[in-house]
Design a protein around this ligand. Structure first.
Ligand code: ASP
Length: 343
């Protein structure tokens, strides 16, 4: 909170609803944009201070900091927002702490089916993959779809064949296995048996864990990306919002970049990522106003739990969530914030 407070007056403070916060946001729009900005999430959900041991708390903070280090390094050297997003998410996909790549949640059938998307705010080019099982870094597959094919969205076997054709790393599906996620599936199945009906709904021990990144580079380009294993116990080829452009991911240099996490069905139906950009474009709302409205009013009123990260062309950052917590962080030259709980 201290770090956040120190930013007031310079940049908008994510989660700041006061008149001063709004004034700070307006002021930020007038200031010169920072050389770069990067914001990340590692999922939202029932994440309370008492749910994590001090060791787990530090492990998450270390991973979030390491991910920001990677993205910042790319941006500091003048690299593109797209490269920063891809490199940062590859790191988070490799970490077993998050529900993406290694550490992904299990489907009802005991498999891992991964979804990812990426968008370039400069051109509105986009790429996505859904339901892939052998691609080590789904975010890189999404980028390859964007840059090396005439398509936007590929799923399943076709997406895997395409990823192999462009030389991306593949792994045996067992690579994605983690004991912790396997046990979550067993608990979900036990609950399902008890209730007598199929469910993927969030429940008290459910923590999301999708990863996402939005970056603004030296040239003023914004890029966004999201990667996930989806929701524990999903069935029938279920795909959530994460690989859907406009729902889980969106980027446009003229407004903002957004990456979402939460109960995907709601994020698809409320077209959340694009809704934030549309409110800015059509209503003239600031990033803070638009993200707050969509997450705290629209989604919350219909029971859609989750959150998002976003940044605009001025380098303002938003990290909004209506759950107990969200793994999150951002960096700008000389600034760094990492958080987990509602603070
Ligand atoms: N939004 C993801 C999905 O519904 C899950 C998450 O964010 O954890 O697939």
């Amino acid at each position: 909170m201290l770090a956040m407070a120190a930013l007031c007056g310079l940049y908008a403070c994510a989660g700041d609803t006061t008149a001063e916060g709004a004034a700070a946001q307006e002021a930020a729009a007038e200031t010169e944009r920072p050389e770069y900005a990067i914001v990340i999430h590692g999922g939202a959900g029932t994440i309370r201070r008492e749910d994590l041991t001090p060791e787990q708390d530090s492990a998450y903070r270390a991973a979030l900091n390491a991910a920001l280090d990677i993205g910042e390094e790319v941006l500091r050297k003048g690299g593109s927002a797209l490269d920063a997003v891809e490199q940062t998410i590859r790191y988070l996909e490799d970490s077993p702490l998050f529900n993406a790549g290694r550490g992904a949640v299990f489907t009802s059938a005991g498999t891992n089916e991964l979804d990812a998307s990426i968008m370039d705010g400069r051109t509105r080019n986009a790429g996505a993959v859904g339901g892939v099982t052998i691609i080590k870094h789904p975010i890189s597959a999404a980028r390859a779809v964007m840059e090396k094919s005439p398509h936007v969205f590929m799923v399943g076997r076709g997406a895997e064949a395409f990823a192999m054709s462009v030389g991306l790393d593949t792994v045996d599906p067992s690579y994605f296995y983690t004991q912790r996620r396997w046990e979550s599936l067993q608990r979900a199945k036990a609950r399902e048996k008890q209730s007598g009906h199929y469910q993927v709904d969030p429940n008290p021990d459910y923590k999301f864990g999708t990863v996402g990144c939005v970056a603004l580079d030296r040239d003023g380009n914004i890029a966004s990306g999201t990667s996930t294993g989806g929701m524990t116990n999903k069935r029938w080829g279920r795909i959530g919002d994460s690989p859907i452009i406009g729902a889980g991911t969106f980027a446009d240099n003229n407004t903002c970049g957004v990456s979402c996490t939460g109960h995907g069905e709601f994020f698809i139906r409320w077209v959340v990522a694009y809704d934030v950009a549309a409110r800015m474009e059509y209503l003239g709302e600031t990033l803070e106003q638009a993200t707050r409205h969509v997450i705290q009013q629209k989604l919350k009123s219909v029971g859609g739990s989750g959150g998002l990260i976003a940044l605009d062309k001025h380098g303002n950052v938003a990290m909004e969530f209506n759950t107990e917590g969200m793994y999150r962080g951002y960096a700008r030259p000389g600034e760094r914030y990492v958080g987990i709980y509602k603070e």
